[in-house]
Design a protein around this ligand. Structure first.
Ligand code: TXA
Ligand code: MG
Length: 322
């Protein structure tokens, strides 16, 4: 491809649509992370997602829709709580696990009776979804167990020569995956913490919701302990010390501006420690530091409130601690 002549957004959409209609894969931008997308109704294309990522076949995929009327084609017995959440948060970073209809293949659900569905909030991807006749299944566009990409370049870096055409929607705004919610006879459970906080969900529903126990058997089967990992070992610390600051073999991720000189192995997650900004920058800087061949990456601990809950979940997995 000639990198001198960037393709316009409209041109990119035409290419993406054509590839998907022919059964190929396209990396799509979302407000959370980039997804590796295929036609939901093309079994070979869906299987190709698992091969490209090196993902175990029993780890089910999220179906992305762009039109509300697609929901009832894919899911049944939709509870009132799901409707309330959809009204409030779609399009947006909230995935609902619902009873599936037959049309959703076992390859997508890993043989379960449920299907995970969301309507992503990214202008380019919404345009694409509204121009094609089928929804898009899409896991994060990284090789299995690696960090989710929040930038088009990171898709190519993670998937290497298996990387597909990337629909370039720039950096992802939230930078952390969607919140996944399940329903069981009036009980609402957060299966994976994410960009929408528990407080937001409880405020919308006017009742408390439960959260799966981190250490129990994962209900969202992708929630294995070692997940979202950089190649370089990651360690969480309270504060980065003076000694660590001058060690060029250690990558440093500061929670906020450290007020000292920064070196090539230093990154600041947010100048003023803003949690949403930290979420948006976390994977981005981790990818970056991971390419420097360092001995270790240290990250300062993040407050466990609001979106900080999801950030801590991902950090603990990346650092391989429970
Ligand atoms: O923000 C996101 O959710 C991104 C963007 C691309 O939409 N997608 C994403 O997909 O994070 P993935 O495949 O990396 O994670 C999907 C998670 C997995 O943990 C999977 O086990 C869970 O969703 N999941 C999918 N279907 C499920 C189901 N029927 N029941 C329970 N968990 C399910
Ligand atoms: Mg993933």
């Amino acid at each position: 491809m000639n990198i001198q002549t960037p393709i316009t957004e409209k041109g990119q959409l035409v290419i993406a649509k054509e590839i998907l209609e022919m059964g190929g894969l396209v990396a799509i931008p979302t407000e959370t992370v980039y997804g590796l997308a295929a036609n939901t109704f093309n079994e070979n294309a869906v299987k190709n997602i698992f091969q490209t990522k090196g993902r175990p076949m029993n780890n089910p995929l999220i179906v992305h829709i762009g039109k509300f009327n697609m929901l009832s084609k894919l899911a049944k017995n939709i509870p009132i709580e799901a409707i309330e959440l959809i009204d409030e948060f779609w399009p947006g970073p909230l995935t609902l696990v619902l009873d599936r209809k037959e049309i959703v293949s076992d390859y997508i659900t890993g043989g379960r009776d449920t299907v995970a569905i969301r309507m992503p909030n990214h202008e380019l991807t919404l345009s694409l979804l509204r121009e094609i006749e089928f929804p898009l299944v899409a896991p994060s566009a990284n090789r299995s167990n690696h960090i989710s990409p929040t930038d088009p370049l990171h898709v190519s870096e993670s998937l290497g020569d298996k990387a597909p055409f990337v629909l370039d929607g720039g950096r992802c705004g939230y930078g952390i995956e969607s919140t996944i919610v399940g329903f069981n006879e009036g009980r609402v459970t957060i299966l994976r913490s994410g960009a929408i906080t528990r407080e937001q969900i409880e405020a919308c529903l006017g009742k408390s919701v439960s959260e799966v126990d981190e250490n129990s058997h994962p209900i969202a089967p992708g929630m294995f302990k070692k997940h979202y990992s950089p190649n370089t070992p990651l360690r969480i610390v309270g504060e980065i010390t003076e000694v660590e600051r001058i060690n060029e073999r250690i990558g440093l991720l500061f929670r906020s501006n450290p007020g000292t000189e920064l070196f090539r192995n230093h990154r600041v997650l947010s100048q003023n420690g803003d949690l949403a900004e930290i979420a948006a920058n976390l994977y981005y800087h981790l990818y970056d530091l991971d390419t420097l061949g360092l001995e270790e990456i240290l990250v300062e601990s993040i407050p466990k409130i609001g979106i900080g809950i999801a950030i801590n979940d991902r950090l603990n997995r990346a650092a391989n601690i429970s």
